[in-house]
Design a protein around this ligand. Sequence first.
Ligand code: AMP
Ligand code: MG
Length: 402
Amino acid sequence: MISVAEAIEIVRQQTGRLSTERVALEQVLGRVLAEDVVADTDLPPFDRSQMDGYAVRAEDVKTAPARLRIVGESAAGRGWHNQLEEGQAVRIMTGAPVPTGADSVQQVELTHELKDGSVVELLETVELGKSIVKRGAEIKAGEVVLNSATIINAAMMAVLAAFGYATVEVFRRPRIAVLATGTELVSVDQIPGQDQIRDSNNYSLTAYAALAGATVQRMPLTGDETALLKKQIADAAEHSDLIVTSGGVSMGVYDVTKAALKELDAEIFFERVALRPGKPTVFARLPNGTLVFGLPGNPVSVAVTFNLFARTALLAMQGAADPTLKRETAGLARSVKGTTDRDSYLPAQLTTNDDAELIAFPLKWGGSSDFVAFALTTALLVVPANVKSIEAGSLVTVLRLP
Ligand code: AMP
Ligand code: MG
């Protein structure tokens, strides 16, 4: 049995990066950048007004009120491209270029324009440089604005667009196949007969895989026959970077996943992890290079082991700078118990208290089959192996779930 940390390290070592591709900007949300994004212009590209008001020479408004002659108008996209001279003002809009000769903008609220539009009265003095963002003050052309290996979020879409990235070099999406074992399983559109249950793992796995940037294929239910399981794993391997199975990895008579993998000449990297829930997790590679995670059958074990291990592999394939779930520290709201020899990753909800501290509430759950309780879970709370219990008020490590 290996530790969770060792298992994650093995996953990272055994996972190669996928190739990269150029993709249209509108399709890159959630993808991992495979190039540095470089500014092709200064930002702002010209001295820009931050206010609606009047572009002036501060020197002309040393005493107030001051009267200046209005000589033009500068709007966003339609600037006034002459030289502003002593005693003159230009009516200016937010985002518009400041005319040469002007060095300050006074906001419209502190002015009074004559009815005929010829003269503006400035009611207060103006400090030099007021309400102007100088060309290049935010970004200089040639600067790297987003680094390769970053996962593209919604705000970054604006950055890509602003610097002309109509197409973006990103890592290819991993292709994953999910495959549920178990004679008891029927599909979601069936009414379970005696001793049967509906397959739910394939749906949570598909969703988690999609959140990790993968395209997912759901294989038909396989039952518990080694021959059929072998055939489906082999079929899936032909067009998948990763296969994730659920069930059939415990020590029971019908636990056939490892047998199928061995008969397919898979190299098995680990088959037991010191983890609760999720001890019998298998990680292997088929001769053609496709990686396989054999996850336990219980739905909560599936969610925990997928997010610790399979998600890490999917993000590592896409070249993500940090493919693992982020570890944070939270205060514990209620005492929890640990397990001998195994790290526990327990379902919890995160909130903040009045002092802006992160607080983890362990959820009451009925064990690794309790997927209904798990649906309220926002994070996993770590109780290290051999820690008998952690008291309320202690600091604990938590991992936010996607
Ligand atoms: P196993 O690891 O195959 O022994 O399965 C452990 C438990 O998880 C059993 O109660 C199974 O019925 C349940 N289980 C296995 N596969 C699924 C699935 N795809 N959807 C929901 N429950 C499952
Ligand atoms: Mg089973």
